[in-house]
Every structure is written in C-alpha cells, then in structure tokens.
Design a protein around this ligand. Structure first.
Ligand code: HSE
Length: 435
C-alpha cells in the first residue's frame, strides 16, 4: 500500500531549496524506489518573502520553526538552517515528538552529536546526516554499510571545497593566498567570513563524523588537531612542487596501535597520488580498509543539488524504514552499546615525514650546522635544497624533507634551528602523507 511520508523543512536556502527541487523532479522515480510518496508539507524560514530557488506553492511557509517540529502531521524533519544552538533545540524537540531527523549540519553533528544520537536512540527515531559530509558523495553510507565488514584503518579526505579551490588556484596560477581568497569570495565559493573553511574548522567537523563512522567512537570535535591553510605561501607550493609534491588541506583519521589520530592540516601529497589530483572545489575521501583495500570516493562537496542528492537518499531510507518498521543500520554504524571511547593521540605523539623551510644566512658551515641538529636527534634528512640568493641578498631559502619520524623530535629540531643566529624568522613545518 502506498504511504505518504510528510516532511517539514527547517531552512529553505540552497540546501532546503535544492531538496524541494530534487523531490519534485524525481518524485516518480523515488516512488518506484520506495513504494511510497514523499511530500513536503511545510518549511520554516527566516524571511517569508525572500527569493527562493524552488517553487513554494505546494507547501506552507512559516517563520515559526517550532510549528514544524510540533506539527503532528510531520513524519520527518530536515534541518538545513545551520548553527548549533537553535538547530540543536529544534532537533531535540522534534526527536522528543517522535520525528525522524535528517540534517546537513556538520557542526551540529560534530559538536552536539553525542547528545542527539542518544536522544534519537531512546526515541527510536532515525537520525541521518549523509549531506553533512562531502555534499553529494555518499561516504556515510559507504562507511556504515558498504564497508561494514571491514576494519577501517584510515580515512584521508579533501573535505573542504573552498580550501581546495584556493590551494589549487595558488599552484596552477602561481598566485598568493590573499588574492585567490578574495576571488573565491567574489565567486561565492568562500563565505564573507571564510574562517571556518580556511582555518580547517569545517573540515574538522566533517572529519569528526568520518572518524566516528570508521572506528565506532563518540564524536569528539574538540579533540581534532586543526591547522588552517592561511599560512601557506606560494613559495611553499613551489618548493613542494620541486620535491614532487602538491599541498592539499587534508583531514586524516587513522587507527594506530596506540589510539586514533584525528588531524586536519596542510599536507604534502605525492603528485602521483590520486588525492594530489583532486582539484578546484571538488572533494574526495580515500579509505583504507583491511578487506576492501583502498577506495577513493570523488565528487561535489557542496552545492544545492549534490547536497540534496544526499538528503533525498536519507529520506528514501526513512521511507523504507517506515515500511519495515525496523531501524536496521545503527546511527554511527556500530551497535549503540559498542561505541568505544578510543584514545585520541596528542600532537606530541604524532609521527610523519616532514617538509621544513627556513631562511638562513648564506655563509660557510650553515648547512653543516643544520644537518648536525637533525643528526643529533636521530632524524634522517631525505632531501635538501638551497636556492641561490638573488643578487644583493644574504639569506638563502633552505627546504628539506625528513624521513618518517616522531613529531616531537622535529619540533625539538625546529627549536634548535630557530635559535641559530644564522636562521632568521620561524621555520615552516608541513607534514607529508605517503599513504
Ligand atoms: N564550506 C564547505 C566547503 C561547503 O567549502 O566545502 C559545505 O560543507
């Protein structure tokens, strides 16, 4: 028997509007897949008369979001309003009212997800957030279902399109950070306040979710080590290129013998690796799993229709669930009583290969001093270059790459390098990922 699933929207901007469009355009195909009809009955917006990307004639518009979460007719609430305060209160109230929740809000899940998951489990409602990570890429479903037979070893992603656009344009067009950022803002890729993208906060939100789904751990946004791309210069990109690498802003979650690494930072990636060739605003997630081996998911990380694609997929899950009456897939992909609060590894315990760059006086013995610092700490230098200084300049740019080693040793080396009278300014450190 065909059932009608009634949907209420919290937010009708790019994501909510895109969802309405996809639901309307593909309604026949969605009914073929679910045996049911999905109908948007109401949407809560901040401004009733604002311009919309979708047709609003078929449902009610309200500026009272509580009327959506309290509406007894509504089965599913889609939250795409953003933020972690009002959105949290509304989602919790909707759950208490027995509604299934679909959200595109990565900050909400990363920061307050543990409370929301608990409430959803207790209320026996679905909580789905495919759209919260990497837009149209179905990485949540892949981790929760497709790779459910695996032990996930690591997950490495380019999960912020704005940052990837900036780094790609800097490298391709040999431009500096500030100029490309201004262009990204003008094109509407970067927000007027681009800090969430550029500082790595947006990527850290997404990484938090990916780590929980990969390893069955609680959502620990506050434990993600996060560095942005604001300090990356064109010279860094050029020197990395000479060593055979591109700089990408990666989110890395890795299960090691001592715990879980959760880190977001600019990273040198070998030019031959697939992730080094993910350019512009595109996103990609590279998963290393014990049985499946390496899997790369690539696609649009944002935008109205890619994000709507993920929301509608979650809606279809809700519709199928309503048919069977069973919630078969746990919210984080592991049984709720099996979520394990794994140790998150501190920066002092990181290990990697490293790219270091410094300015040093061009005089005999400087390279010997530098290499003796590394030798004294038992850190092996893999490659080193010194650029001939321009005429009239007495400092030379020295770049080097270490072998895989402990970060604590490299930080100690940097301290010693910076105290050398021949080294001027700070020593730049960028980690290298060899996969
Ligand atoms: N600001 C995000 C990005 C978009 O640039 O990837 C959606 O998360």
């Amino acid at each position: 028997m065909t059932e009608l699933i009634k949907v209420g929207l919290l937010g009708l901007g790019t994501v909510g509007g895109g969802t309405v469009n996809v639901l309307q355009r593909n309604s026949a195909e969605i009914s073929r897949r679910t045996g049911q009809s999905i109908q948007v009955v109401a949407a809560a917006v901040r401004e009733i008369n604002a311009d919309r990307i979708c047709d609003t004639n078929l449902f009610e518009l309200t500026d009272d979001p509580v009327s959506i979460v309290d509406n007894p007719e509504i089965d599913v609430v889609i939250e795409s309003m953003g933020g972690t305060e009002l959105a949290f209160d509304l989602v919790m109230r909707a759950i208490a009212n027995g509604k299934h929740i679909i959200t595109a809000n990565k900050a909400l899940i990363a920061v307050r997800g543990n409370e929301i998951v608990k409430a959803a489990v207790e209320a026996n409602v679905m909580l789905a957030f495919e759209a919260a990570v990497a837009g149209g890429i179905s990485v949540v479903k892949v981790l929760r279902e497709g790779l459910a037979g695996n032990q996930i070893k690591s997950i490495v992603g380019i999960i912020n399109g704005t940052g990837n656009y900036i780094l790609t344009a800097m490298g391709d067009e040999q431009r500096d950070f500030a100029g490309v950022l201004a262009e990204a803002q003008a094109l509407g890729y970067a927000e007027a306040d681009p800090s969430f993208d550029v500082d790595g906060v947006d990527a850290a939100h997404k990484l938090t979710i990916l780590a929980s789904l990969s390893f069955g751990m609680p959502l620990h946004f506050e434990r993600v080590y996060t560095e942005g791309i604001g300090e990356i210069t064109l010279t860094d990109i050029q020197m990395a290129d000479e060593f055979g690498y591109r700089i990408k802003h990666l989110g890395i979650a890795r299960h090691t013998e001592t715990g879980v690494e959760l880190r977001v930072h600019p990273t040198l990636v070998p030019k031959t690796h697939l992730l080094a060739n993910v350019n512009g605003v595109m996103n990609a997630v590279y998963i290393d799993a014990d049985a499946a081996g390496s899997t790369l998911l690539y696609g649009a990380g944002a935008g109205a229709e890619p994000t709507a694609s993920s929301i509608v997929a979650d809606l279809i899950d809700v519709a199928r669930h309503k048919q069977s009456g069973l919630i078969n897939v746990p919210i984080l992909g592991f049984q709720n009583d099996q979520i394990d609060d794994l140790q998150v590894i501190a920066q002092s315990e990181f290990a990697s290969a490293y790219f270091l760059r410094m300015e040093a006086t061009d005089q005999p013995g400087v390279l010997a001093e530098i290499s003796s610092i590394f030798a004294g700490l038992d850190v092996s230098i893999e490659a080193i270059t010194q650029k001939e200084p321009p005429a009239g300049v007495n400092t030379a740019a020295i770049s080097l790459i270490t072998q895989f080693t402990d970060e604590a040793k490299v930080l100690k080396a940097i301290g010693k390098l910076e105290s050398l009278s021949q080294v001027s300014g700070a020593v730049k450190l960028i980690r290298i990922e060899h996969f």
